[in-house]
Design a protein around this ligand. Structure first.
Ligand SMILES: *[C@@H]1O[C@H](CO)[C@@H](O)[C@H](O)[C@H]1NC(C)=O
Ligand SMILES: *[C@@H]1O[C@H](CO)[C@@H](O)[C@H](O)[C@H]1NC(C)=O
Ligand SMILES: *[C@@H]1O[C@H](CO)[C@@H](O)[C@H](O)[C@H]1NC(C)=O
Ligand SMILES: *[C@@H]1O[C@H](CO)[C@@H](O)[C@H](O)[C@H]1NC(C)=O
Ligand SMILES: *[C@@H]1O[C@H](CO)[C@@H](O)[C@H](O)[C@H]1NC(C)=O
Ligand SMILES: *[C@@H]1O[C@H](CO)[C@@H](O)[C@H](O)[C@H]1NC(C)=O
Length: 357
């Protein structure tokens, strides 16, 4: 709690100094930010094997989930061409980049044995079904993907989708559109709204023979955050026991992320490639260990400490005020013409704090 209180003073200082922090190194990091093996998957649903008229997706295989992300990005790119070159304006990048980050930081490995489903830079690994991060991410990609199929947003789906999961954990997950809809109607609906929104917009103009849709970036981003948070909430409510994580602080970090997401959602924090990349720079490069409650004493880098401290700060603040912090924040930014500018500035600043220190 104490560290949560020390932060505001840096915050106000940093509001003045943040403009001075150099941004130069960001571009060299772009390539590295793509999820590992991104270029090795095609973004076509036909890449999945078909058995007995069913498209089979192994949810515990890193590559298979990556394919689902790439299909969604590939199929949605056309709605976002006006928001950045090389499809960097697609609002779904937040999901894909976070997925890659979770893999790279070893969060899909087994909580009790880090060498099971460890990050492998040479050949894609597995996702441990004992990992709370892996379990929560299951809902993020599955609910998005199945909602895209259910709404008929995805066109090339000629077979029923069957998701594979181990027998032992069958009751924690869902395996088909029918089943996921039945078990998680709210989260499924939130995801569906995003794809239905995309279906509702139309090409408004043509630039260099490319159709430009009349997409509202705010609307798409907000709907994505809502879908994202509903999925994470579904996952975290199942994987909230410490046994799903490698340590008590790691579990706490995972839980606190939800409040940070709510904060971002209210703010409509941009989820395009550039912003997602900047957002994730400080995502801690390894799982937290027991005893690492005091962030300042760990060997994490400054930006990682900033990320951890911000997550903890927002969550503590919200808890201390009985949830009123987020309500007040919501009222403040929603009624402001400067919602986007204000919120994004605030979040970017928050994620830089220990640098100022
Ligand atoms: C697969 O579907 C097609 C067309 O719906 C049908 O003709 C065929 O018998 C099915 N095959 C199997 C193995 O169920
Ligand atoms: C453009 O995007 C592709 C993947 O979507 C990536 O492999 C490539 O490096 C990007 N190019 C630039 C210049 O960023
Ligand atoms: C962890 O998993 C690896 C690979 O499966 C195995 O060789 C090793 O013995 C395991 N270690 C422990 C402590 O269970
Ligand atoms: C994941 O699936 C691919 C094929 O889709 C396969 O080549 C690879 O060996 C699988 N990886 C693991 C770790 O099971
Ligand atoms: C459907 O799949 C075929 C074959 O992979 C591909 O040529 C076509 O472009 C796909 N259509 C869409 C809408 O993605
Ligand atoms: C986009 O165009 C469609 C049809 O022309 C219209 O119904 C819709 O309201 C437009 N959306 C925006 C955000 O302008």
């Amino acid at each position: 709690m104490q560290s949560a209180f020390t932060i505001p003073s840096f915050l106000f200082l940093s509001l003045f100094l943040v403009g001075l922090v150099p941004n130069a190194k960001l571009d060299t990091a772009t390539k590295k930010m793509y999820p590992p093996f991104w270029d090795q998957v095609s973004g076509e649903i036909t890449e999945f094997p078909v058995k007995d008229n069913k498209t089979i997706i192994n949810m515990w295989n890193y590559t298979d989930r990556l394919r689902m992300y790439k299909i969604l990005i590939t199929q949605t790119n056309k709605y976002f061409v006006q928001f950045g070159s090389n499809d960097s304006g697609n609002v779904l990048w937040a999901l894909a980049l976070t997925y890659g980050k979770l893999y790279k930081t070893g969060r899909f490995s087994d909580p009790s044995n880090v060498s099971v489903c460890a990050y492998d830079a040479v050949s894609p690994s597995c996702i441990s079904f004992n990992s709370g991060w892996g379990g929560t991410n299951f809902f993020v990609i599955v609910l998005n993907f199945l909602a895209a199929v259910e709404s008929k947003f995805l066109k090339n789906v000629s077979h029923e989708i069957l998701l594979l999961s181990p027998e032992k954990h069958k009751h924690d997950f869902c395996f088909s559109i029918e089943e996921c809809r039945k078990s998680f109607p709210h989260a499924m609906d939130e995801a569906k709204k995003f794809y239905q929104y995309l279906q509702s917009i139309t090409p408004a103009s043509t630039v260099n023979s490319v159709s430009v849709y009349n997409t509202s970036e705010d609307r798409a981003t907000l709907l994505l955050w809502k879908a994202y948070r509903a999925a994470v909430e579904t996952g975290l409510s199942k994987f909230n026991d410490v046994s799903w994580y490698s340590s008590v602080p790691e579990r706490k970090f995972a839980m606190d992320i939800l409040t940070l997401m709510e904060f971002c959602e209210t703010t409509i924090y941009r989820t395009n490639f550039k912003n997602s990349k900047a957002f994730l720079v400080g995502f801690p490069r390894r799982k937290l260990k027991d005893g690492e409650d005091k962030i300042q004493k760990t060997d994490f880098k400054m930006r990682e400490k900033a990320f951890l401290a911000s997550t903890k700060f927002i969550s503590s603040l919200n808890k201390m005020t009985g949830g009123w912090f987020l309500v007040a924040w919501k009222l403040t930014v929603e009624s402001s013409e400067l919602r986007y500018v204000l919120g994004n500035f605030f979040i970017n600043t928050l994620l830089l704090i220990p640098i100022i220190k």
